[in-house]
Design a protein around this ligand. Structure first.
Ligand code: CP
Ligand code: NVA
Length: 307
């Protein structure tokens, strides 16, 4: 049987995504009550990290332990992955030993190739194209604090990067409008934008994107792998900082989100990220709960969001 994968938000239906988020909130309550909840006892998650991580590694590792299973960290520095073993061979070997495989890598085509050869579910923990796990956490955070997000307006200010692409897909799947303000040359993938139709709109200025928005989101100006472009990007994005002026253009109740890590004084001012509209710490915590719900859904159908 072909396994279900989670390479982008489009791999699950809107109902499945909403089910996972409902389950994530239930798992959060269970976790906070201190109740033992081992739906993935003795199950194994293999985690391949070809880029750095704090939140993703911690949340998947803690999540598997809390569900009674185990996560195994694999880096290219000390595995054959870094010595050129074909990704297709690694997929066939790991999927005979693990119940699911999580990958953080560069080219999206690499995780697609891996998934094509995997007998078990593959989870995208960030590629250059997408970061769908972060969107599960962001949507959980919105829904827990504000209720349904369908019909709302979110503003993406900054780079048309992997996070922006996942926000475009989230707008389609969750039924909200995404207004994107990105500098010329840093706009999101044109095909992805076209496929989203009226769900995602490209605007000229950050203030126009933020106008009366319910949610304001940004991300770093230089993503992992773009470090040498930092100086050029700082110049290109100078007018795209989320600061108090941008937040005052948004709806008075607007929330601010950022996947973290953040650079205060670059893409976001300290006053905004450390201010009352910022929900970045809830957002980071929800990585744990949302991914536990995703793992239950993919590894152990019959529990959690699949019931
Ligand atoms: N937001 C996020 O994915 O953080 P890490 O890079 O620390 O995993
Ligand atoms: N866009 C960022 C997200 C980090 C979680 C990056 O790819 O580095």
């Amino acid at each position: 049987m072909t396994p279900r994968h989670f390479l982008s938000l489009l791999d699950l239906s809107p109902d499945e995504l909403r089910g996972i988020i409902t389950r994530a909130s239930e798992l959060k309550t269970i976790q906070r009550s201190g109740t033992l909840h081992e739906t993935l006892k003795n199950r194994i998650l293999a985690m391949i990290f070809e880029k750095s991580s704090t939140r993703t590694r911690m949340s998947f590792e803690a999540g598997m332990a809390q569900l009674g299973g185990q996560a195994i960290y694999l880096s290219p520095r000390d595995t054959q992955i870094g010595r050129g073993e074909p990704i297709e061979d690694t997929a066939r070997v790991l999927s005979r030993m693990a119940d699911a495989i999580m990958i953080r890598t560069f080219e999206h085509s690499k995780i697609e190739r891996f998934a094509a050869y995997s007998k078990v579910p593959v989870i995208n923990a960030l590629t250059d194209m997408y970061h769908p796990c972060q969107l599960l956490a962001d949507m959980q955070t919105w829904i827990e604090l504000r209720g349904d997000i369908s019909g709302k307006t979110a503003a993406w200010i900054g780079d048309g990067n992997n996070m922006c692409h996942s926000y475009i897909n989230a707008a389609r799947q969750f039924g909200f409008t995404l207004r994107i303000a990105a500098p010329p040359g840093y706009t999101p993938d044109a095909q992805l934008l076209a496929d989203a139709g009226q769900c995602a709109i490209l605007l000229d200025s950050p203030a126009a994107a933020a106008d009366d928005a319910d949610l304001v989101v940004t991300d770093v100006w230089a993503s992992m792998g773009q470090e040498e472009e930092q100086a050029r990007r700082v110049r290109a994005f100078a007018d795209f900082q989320v600061n108090s002026a941008i937040m005052s253009a948004a709806h008075p109740d607007a929330l601010f989100m950022h996947c973290l890590p953040a650079h205060r004084g670059e893409e976001v001012s300290a006053a905004v990220i450390d201010g009352p509209q910022s929900v970045v710490w809830d957002e980071a915590e929800n990585r744990l709960h949302a991914q536990k719900a995703l793992l239950e859904f993919l590894i152990n159908p019959g529990t959690g969001a699949n019931r």
